[in-house]
Design a protein around this ligand. Sequence first.
Ligand SMILES: C[S@@+](CC[C@H](N)C(=O)[O-])C[C@H]1O[C@@H](n2cnc3c(N)ncnc32)[C@H](O)[C@@H]1O
Length: 187
Amino acid sequence: MHKHQHRHQRNMPHVFAGRGSRIYNFFAHTVFRGMYRRLARDVAANAPQGAEVLDIGTGPGMLLAELVRIRPDLRLTGIDLSPDMVAAAARNAGPQVTVKVGDVTNLPFDDGSFDVIVSSFSSHHWDDPEAAAPELTRVLRPGGKAYIYDFRFAPFDVLDADGPRTRVRTGIPFFPRCIRLTVSANV
Ligand SMILES: C[S@@+](CC[C@H](N)C(=O)[O-])C[C@H]1O[C@@H](n2cnc3c(N)ncnc32)[C@H](O)[C@@H]1O
């Protein structure tokens, strides 16, 4: 087994619905807030002017909320499996952002819809990363990039074994760094 082989964490719907989504939303506004600012700056540095950006597994949408603040030119969309998270994301990110319920393995978008895909701390919950990988490249435009931020044990090898991996600071004491995998659109 490869050192970074995915240890299936799988989706845990109960954690991201109802009371679970409210508790997560609370942490997103407090403990994780600075991390979303850092990740948003990292995304902003890589997003062309006016880019179409999709956040997969957006949860309470705080990364999108930060992007609205620092890059109002971007056209932002978020999806998540959990309707409660989608409702929270709509509240947190506001009317400039489109959020909908959706699964990474069956993205409700046409081919070549996005310049940039982001995803933070969601990929280790994906039930079927093998089916997610072709969906990422399908909805990316030529020249587009997906930036997958997650823990070391996320399914990076499955998503793109050759994609560059960079360590990114989170600013959170109990997990000070995460990995950013960059997946390029098919040419
Ligand atoms: C730990 S939360 C991360 C939320 C947010 N991106 C953040 O950084 O705080 C993981 C999210 O991924 C979502 N998720 C899990 N499996 C998914 C799938 N197959 N497709 C889309 N979203 C999924 C969950 O519903 C949950 O909201």
